[in-house]
Design a protein around this ligand. Structure first.
Ligand SMILES: NC(=O)c1ccc[n+]([C@@H]2O[C@H](COP(=O)([O-])OP(=O)(O)OC[C@H]3O[C@@H](n4cnc5c(N)ncnc54)[C@H](O)[C@@H]3O)[C@@H](O)[C@H]2O)c1
Ligand SMILES: [Zn+2]
Length: 672
């Protein structure tokens, strides 16, 4: 039995040593804090029940991790300790009770309450008011010299100001990264294919522990002071909060959330208040720190191995947890985007039970390297939808299954397309897919498409929900009676709607192409397609290469058009639309009338204030003009908006005519 317990203790210690190494040395933890804390508690409970197994080199007795040898070492003249934890109200109340017992008092204790910033502790030494040294906590006795890096943090003064500055003062506090800075840093890293950080704490630690302080300088780090270490040659206040105010007076930043309270009840209220505001704070915190305010009382209480008795870290519910990935399902959004959703073994995280999390897209699955059956870290911060942030690789089961992205839409079975350069895969069955139905039909009926008067969004929604229509073609089969059965629809409007549908059947090829809602095919592109191919059959039969001959159609748009018409389901709807009588006049071959700007070459430059540059370009192209990217002697005119640069100069050199945006608007309006 005792053998068994001993080996259990040894295993737990080993486990914690591993976690410590990954967390403190590599700045890359493999499990969430909640898991670490559970293992630590397990170890501490066993050590308490079996005092003979206690040992000074147990992780339960030690602070942090070892200082990295690549840095110069700094010995802390006053050790830097950790904090004991309380995970719920009863543990905090027990802390308060212990305090009073040790202080032999029944009077309330005054506390200084501070947010527990989730970064890393640093010590900054000022000699005669000048920053001379900065170090990490390391193992509490010896830290890493990071002076040059700390000097790059914007809100840390290199020189103190104000009066009565001690000969030597060691300021302690937390270096952290705000949430916005963290997200930006990771986005940049991801775009460059660099390693991303699991959370702001690791980002802060990784950024600060750089051999090259130029790298640190580029990272958005901040500092808040929360205590003093060594002090020589100066008068200090005899209360913790007053000391923080002294530091503030010397120019050091302190958290604006720091607050003095009269008793444990108020400290608890402080905890509650900060917790409700947690998501709104611009940086992450994992709890609050409650400290006995009176320095004399602090001294009376003293320390245990790794933490003071006069303070406690009162932790918030974890925002990261581990659980099992049971399966992955694919959801189709209303625009056809296919999102992989992780089905999870339910887990309590961020204050709620979570059983689904987003995996975003195929790239994200690849980046995470996640498989079905894996143990994963799930993060839920504030109201943000839960995310899978990491795989715990050493817990991967042998039968873990590769996640397979579907080739066909799980809703309508149309094929799935992923255009090169885009992260999102989409269902191409825009006209038939139940998930996309409402949006597709609303678009079909809209003013610039078939322009069906009176067929508003609310009506489309009712028709779809009652399954009166499945595709746009079904609209034309509806009778007055169908419309009358809808909410807020009288016989008169129903009759008008039937008439409007009849009228809408007469359209143009461009409008028809636009109405199909092919991705990235706007009005102008639809017009260009019609002008180029003249018939629907030719558009439908065009290859990706041929499509790219159309002005304004690049490889991405060409792929969207091609896969739309390649989808059998869509072809069926197009045929059905023609069968119910949707029709248009032949498109005339390009002529002076349809292409009044044929043969002319324009260049657009500068910032346009009223027009969108791409729209303007497409409209010019639809009128037959070529829109070039640079000015040459073949340019007929340059249209220049605000802040036009080199193209304008070039035009002036070559004697090409230059007009302003107003003139461009006038030109386009002339042919509307
Ligand atoms: N995920 C992992 O693998 C892993 C590994 C090791 C440690 N950890 C996490 O780290 C914790 C242990 O780390 P620790 O020893 O730094 O303890 P801690 O984070 O629980 O508390 C001490 C630290 O809190 C910080 N702090 C923030 N605000 C403060 C304030 N106002 N006043 C004083 N200190 C403040 C300081 O950096 C201080 O060193 C664990 O409980 C766990 O959550 C996780
Ligand atoms: Zn579909």
């Amino acid at each position: 039995m005792s053998d068994n317990i001993e080996s259990q203790v040894v295993a737990l210690r080993q486990q914690l040593e591993d976690y410590n190494y990954q967390y403190y040395v590599l700045d890359n933890p493999s499990v969430p804090d909640a898991e670490y804390d559970r293992v630590m508690r397990q170890l501490m409970a066993l050590e308490q029940q079996h005092p003979e197994l206690q040992s000074p080199d147990s992780p339960s007795q030690k602070v942090g991790g070892e200082a990295l040898s690549k840095f110069e070492q700094v010995t802390h003249r006053v050790p830097m300790l950790s904090l004991d934890n309380a995970f719920d109200e009863s543990e905090f109340t027990a802390f308060n009770r212990r305090l009073k017992e040790r202080l032999l008092t029944s009077k309330d204790v005054t506390f200084c309450c501070e947010p527990k910033l989730d970064g890393l502790a640093v010590s900054i030494l000022y000699r005669d008011g000048v920053l001379v040294q900065a170090a990490t906590r390391g193992d509490g006795q010896v830290g890493e010299n990071i002076t040059e890096n700390v000097k790059t943090i914007r809100n840390i003064p290199l020189k103190l100001r104000g009066e009565h500055i001690p000969h030597e003062v060691e300021v302690r506090g937390e270096v952290f990264m705000d949430t916005a800075g963290f997200i930006k840093l990771n986005e940049t890293a991801q775009a460059k294919g660099d390693k991303t950080f699991a959370n702001p704490r690791n980002a802060a630690a990784g950024s600060l522990r750089q051999l090259d302080s130029k790298i640190t300088a580029k990272r958005p780090l901040m500092f808040y002071a929360y205590s003093m270490g060594l002090v020589e040659g100066g008068e200090l206040a005899n209360e913790h909060y007053a000391q923080l105010q002294q530091l503030q007076g010397w120019g050091l930043p302190m958290s604006p959330e720091t607050k003095l309270v009269d008793n444990a009840q108020q400290a608890l209220a402080y905890y509650q208040d900060i917790m409700t505001r947690r998501a709104e704070l611009p940086y992450e915190i994992d709890g609050v720190v409650i400290k006995v305010n009176d320095k004399a009382q602090q001294e009376q209480l003293g320390f245990v191995a790794r933490a003071p008795r006069w303070a406690i870290a009162f932790k918030f519910p974890a925002q990261e947890e581990i659980t099992q990935l049971l399966d992955v399902e694919f959801q189709v959004g209303r625009t056809g985007a296919i999102t992989p959703v992780a089905r999870l073994e339910p887990v309590f995280v961020g204050g709620v039970t979570v059983s689904n999390a987003t995996l975003h897209n195929g790239d994200e699955i690849a980046r995470l390297g996640v498989k079905i059956g894996d143990t994963v870290i799930v993060r839920r911060a504030g109201d943000v939808i839960p995310q899978v942030t990491q795989v715990v690789l050493d817990r991967r089961p042998d039968d873990a299954k590769e996640i397979e992205f579907p080739d066909t839409c799980p809703v309508c079975d149309s094929h799935v397309e992923r255009v090169e350069g885009e992260a999102v895969a989409r269902c191409t069955g825009g006209l038939v897919c139940r998930a996309q139905r409402k949006e597709a039909i609303k678009h079909f009926a809209s003013r610039k498409a078939l322009d069906i008067d009176g067929l508003g969004d609310k009506i489309v929604e009712q028709l779809v929900e009652r399954e009166l229509i499945k595709t746009p073609a079904d609209l034309f089969i509806l009778k007055q009676g169908h419309f009358e059965s809808l909410e807020r629809m009288g016989p008169k409007s129903a009759k008008n709607l039937v008439a409007a549908l009849e009228e809408a059947k007469q359209t143009t090829l461009a409008k028809f192409l636009y109405s199909l809602g092919i991705r990235e095919v706007g009005e102008a592109t639809a017009q260009n397609l019609a002008n180029h191919f003249l018939t629907l059959e030719k558009v439908m039969a065009a290859s990706i290469d041929t499509l790219q001959q159309v002005s304004d159609v690049g490889v991405v748009v060409a792929q969207h058009i091609h896969s739309f018409f390649a989808e059998q389901h869509n072809q069926e709807v197009v045929t059905a639309l023609i069968e119910v009588g949707v029709t248009w006049q032949d498109v005339a071959a390009p002529s002076e009338d349809t292409q009044p700007l044929a043969g002319l070459t324009y260049v657009l430059t500068g910032t346009l204030s009223q027009l969108n540059r791409n729209d303007a370009k497409a409209r010019l192209q639809a009128l037959g003009a070529k829109v070039a990217g640079s000015v040459s002697k073949n340019t007929d005119a340059v249209y220049a908006g605000e802040k036009a640069g080199s193209k304008l100069t070039k035009a002036q050199e070559l004697g090409v005519e230059v007009f302003d945006e107003e003139a461009l608007i006038a030109l386009l309006n002339k042919y509307e």
